[in-house]
Design a protein around this ligand. Structure first.
Ligand code: GDP
Length: 454
């Protein structure tokens, strides 16, 4: 993507709104804007960080009264000359102004092009670019807060300090290489192992925040599972307080899975109503649904086993036990559903967390929501400034592997040359996190997630 041309796009969502912002970025921004903007000053002569009231014309036709904000390179979001035109919202005005800018020499910006220019001009590193995307797509209050801290350089600073530590380790290793024939040991090997171990631990600590990050980004995932007719769909609707899933006395109604979300104390909760698990099912569609259920449970943070207490309080215990063995990473709760239809007092089951509920009569739903919220909150790191994604985790795992190799070589008294190679590889990989080492394919994937105007 070349940054030599001047590009423009609507930076606010299209549609009817009080105000809209059209962004123009590139060397010719001011001269292009001057061809259609009439105000008290020429924008090309206006100082940076000033706002000007005026009118936008297409030839002699008045399009709108606007404000033009001026940002001169390199003190702008993209690092280029920027004019931000604040106009009235609505489809016609904004598209007419954009057409006029295009007729006067601008080109339409591609999705993410403004942020890509900011990256190419060194205004943002890749972790900050990702933070911009996370802020735009934030699905929780805490997620947007962490992304905001990452945008300020939270992750970048962490990467920089690991890099600094590794560079000083390399310096020690390589200094000794220069004197290798003199058999001088400048640094104790145990000390080097400790230093490398410290960097490994820092990387591992960052990696540990992955679950927290994915909850902040995609929500806390709750799967409802149980035998057909246990009342999963009724519970799903009760939790969401709306009729979303089909409730039917005929077993096997939820063929696939249905998902919806709610916010509990600012945390996004993603709930899945799954196909009933009936192992002897001969119904192909239902078996297909069950396969979905399995895939879904693999990524669930909490699995609610919905039991029909009117059959027996222990009816789904074996299902609970099987699934908790299969998905050890997830939290589990045994929901004793349909308590309105039984008179016996509840049987508590040893070693199993259970909650009494009547999905039909909304009894115990409030308590269940509090239970979910507590678990979700416990998983969310509110003070972190890193919103880890799968790209980061893959690179961090490789860095840890390289550093563990380095320590292994030290322990078996390999030459410093070998040790240093692995440490240097880790430094190179840190550059992939921040984008100093460019990978065209990865950059394209990241920027393709942006919308036009960002
Ligand atoms: P699913 O197959 O597990 O999704 O079960 P459904 O939600 O479709 O419910 C099956 C049947 O159980 C329906 O007739 C529901 O009205 C009924 N049901 C669900 N929850 C309750 C409950 O808490 N109490 C009573 N009495 N019936 C319920």
């Amino acid at each position: 993507m070349s940054s030599s041309n001047t590009v423009c796009a609507l930076a606010t969502p299209p549609g009817i709104s009080g105000l809209a912002v059209i962004r123009l970025s590139g060397e010719e921004s001011f001269s292009i804007a001057d061809k259609c903007f009439r105000g008290k000053v020429l924008l090309s002569e206006a100082p940076s960080h000033t706002i000007h009231y005026g009118k936008i014309y297409d030839g002699d036709v008045l399009l709108d009264t606007v404000t033009a904000s001026i940002f001169r390179a390199p003190h702008s979001y993209t690092g280029e000359n920027i004019v931000e035109i604040g106009c009235h919202g609505g489809l016609y005005t904004t598209s007419n102004i954009i057409s006029t800018l295009l007729n006067n020499g601008a080109q339409i910006a591609k999705p993410g092009e403004f942020t890509q220019r900011a990256f190419l001009n060194g205004k943002l590193d890749l972790t900050q670019v990702e933070a911009v995307a996370d802020i735009i797509h934030a699905s929780s209050v805490q997620g947007s807060h962490v992304a905001a801290r990452q945008l300020l350089g939270g992750f970048k600073n962490k990467v920089d300090s690991i890099r600094k530590e590794l560079l000083s380790i390399c310096a020690l290793l390589e200094l000794e290489l220069d004197f290798s024939h003199e058999d001088i040991e400048f640094v104790d090997k145990n000390h080097l192992t400790t230093l490398i171990g410290n960097s490994i631990n820092t990387c591992k600590n960052i990696l540990d925040s992955y679950t927290s990050s994915s909850i902040l980004r995609d929500g806390y995932r709750v799967g409802l599972v149980g035998y057909p007719n246990a009342g999963k769909s009724t519970l799903f609707n009760a939790l969401l307080d709306k009729k979303r899933s089909i409730v039917s006395p005929i077993a096997g109604t939820t063929r696939d899975y249905i998902e919806d979300s709610l916010s509990l104390n600012g945390i996004w909760i993603q709930i899945y109503d799954t196909a009933g698990i009936r192992q002897d099912s001969m119904d192909i569609i239902e078996i297909e649904g069950i396969e979905f259920t399995r895939q879904l449970l693999e990524t669930s943070n909490l699995i609610l086993i919905v039991n029909d207490i009117s059959i027996s309080p222990l009816h789904s215990v074996s299902l609970y036990k099987q699934l908790s063995l299969l998905y050890p990473e997830a939290a589990f709760c045994y929901i004793q559903n349909k308590i309105d239809s039984v008179s016996q007092s509840l049987v508590s089951i040893s070693d199993i967390d259970s909650l009494p509920v009547s999905s039909l009569q909304s009894i115990g739903i409030k308590e269940l929501k509090i239970f979910i919220e507590k678990l979700a909150s416990a998983n969310v790191d509110r003070i972190s400034d890193v919103l880890l994604n799968t790209r980061h985790t893959a690179i961090l795992s490789e860095i840890i592997k390289s550093l563990e190799n380095a320590n292994c070589s030290l322990n078996i008294h390999f030459s410093n040359e070998y040790v240093s190679l692995d440490v240097r590889k880790a430094i190179y990989l840190l550059g992939e996190i921040t984008g100093e080492v460019m990978n065209e394919e990865i950059l394209n994937t990241i920027f393709s997630q942006f919308c036009i105007g960002k």
